[in-house]
Design a protein around this ligand. Structure first.
Ligand SMILES: Cc1ncc(COP(=O)(O)O)c(C=O)c1O
Length: 407
């Protein structure tokens, strides 16, 4: 019995009925961005048709309506990760959430202070911290066990009295590895450091409770979870957000300003300078509604089933190397692989001739690919609307690719 009826869910996604060169689109690049259901597209369009006015500024009916919608979405997105609305800052995406933290937390760092990351971080959770190196901050990296699992013993060893921040991904966009962030957080907090989690590949795929995980900060993007592009979120524990230095200055974030003095709004508005992406936020709320209706446990079960099925068959293709954990239960629906004698680019190009959208390259995780000893990989990544039939077509395509190599 399927836990989720992907075939009927697909009817909500207009783009999934597109064809390329007469072939139905098979969209397997969900780790990069996801397609949008009509409920999200309608919410964005409805915002512009019926509710558009600047938020937090006007007393007239339309402005109050727009503000209410904006704050309702904040409540929805916050409760989706079991947070309070005042703990959730809207940003442009995960990247901006992490830059906000690096910039604001970075203000309190001194020469010789240390930041700890893992070798499997996406560039978004590496470069913002690395930019602090020019101020004498040292960035250290936790290695992996067997090229797939975060080494928690090494995490413990890498922490010292100089460690101020540890920032780790919850799920790798290349390996699919799900990191035990609860255990990592305990280690980090025992060392007295701030614990940041990159949730770009976790919040869309399984249920996340930031309180249970005890993350200090947690970043994610709407576009990877059926929502619009250009909007993301940063969760922060209320007491930490109150202490965090402001990021950008401008309208919305200010409480009072004279030519001599200024005071700032309370969080989260303190971190939302300027007119925000109001339509995007409305769509973000609709995306969360959609995922709640489907149920995150059903999303997870569906992805584990599909990933397990795909991995079983991939194993049967000669010269195939799959990266990341062996068991589907230990990973998200991301499978990166290489095939002997044929480049990832050629695999993705051949796939494209069959209407399949696969990703190829280093997936914004170059240091990880150095660790894996390959310049790039081909990657498929599933979501709630992918089907077993699509996996079968993927396998047929890869078998044909293998034959091409032998010719
Ligand atoms: C693990 C991880 N972190 C961060 C990001 C950056 O997300 P965004 O481009 O939405 O800021 C991505 C995007 O692929 C990701 O996979």
């Amino acid at each position: 019995m399927p836990v989720l009826d992907a075939a009927s869910l697909r009817e909500d996604f207009p783009l999934l009925s597109r064809t390329f060169d007469g072939k139905p689109l098979i969209y397997l690049d969900n780790a990069a961005t996801t397609q949008k259901p009509k409920q999200v597209i309608d919410a964005v369009s409805d915002y512009y048709r019926n509710h558009n006015a600047n938020v937090h500024r006007g007393v007239y009916g339309l402005a109050r309506e727009s503000t209410a919608l904006y704050e309702q979405s904040r409540e929805k997105v916050a409760s989706f990760i079991t947070a309070e609305p005042q703990e959730l800052v809207f940003t442009r995406n995960t990247t901006e959430s992490l830059n906000l933290l690096a910039s604001s937390l970075g203000k309190g760092l001194q020469q010789g202070d240390e930041i700890v990351l893992s070798v499997m971080e996406h560039h978004s959770n590496m470069i913002p911290w690395r930019l602090l190196e020019s101020r004498g901050v040292k960035v250290k990296y936790v290695p992996l066990i067997d090229e797939e699992k975060l080494d928690l013993e090494q995490l413990k060893k890498s922490l010292s009295s100089k460690t101020r921040i540890v920032s780790l991904t919850h799920a790798s966009n290349v390996l699919g590895t799900i990191v035990d962030v609860r255990a990592a957080g305990e280690i980090v907090h025992d060392a007295g450091a701030v614990f940041v989690v990159d949730g770009a590949q976790s919040v869309p795929h399984f249920s996340v409770d930031v309180k249970k995980l005890d993350a200090d900060f947690y970043a994610f993007s709407a576009h990877k979870m059926l929502g619009p592009s250009g909007v993301g979120a940063l969760y922060g524990k209320e007491e930490l957000l109150r202490e965090l230095p402001v990021y950008q200055g401008g309208g919305e974030m200010i409480e009072k300003v004279t030519l001599e003095k200024m005071t700032f709004q309370q969080p989260p508005h303190r971190f939302e300078a300027g007119t925000p992406n109001m339509a995007g936020v409305a769509g973000f709320g609709a995306a969360v509604d959609y995922l709640r209706t489907v149920g995150m446990d059903a999303v997870r079960e569906h992805e584990v089933a599909l990933t397990g099925y795909a991995m079983e068959q991939l194993d049967g293709i000669g010269g195939m190397k799959i990266f990341g954990p062996e068991k589907a239960e230990d990973r998200t629906g991301v499978i990166s692989f290489v095939m002997e004698g044929i480049s990832p680019f050629d695999i993705a190009s051949f796939a494209a001739t069959r209407g399949m959208a696969l990703r190829t390259g280093h997936h914004c995780a170059q240091p990880l690919h150095d660790v894996l000893g390959v310049p790039g990989t081909a990657r498929v990544s599933f979501y709630l609307y992918n089907t077993k039939e699509e996996v079968d077509l993927l396998m047929r395509m890869l078998e044909d690719t293998a034959l091409l190599r032998e010719k």
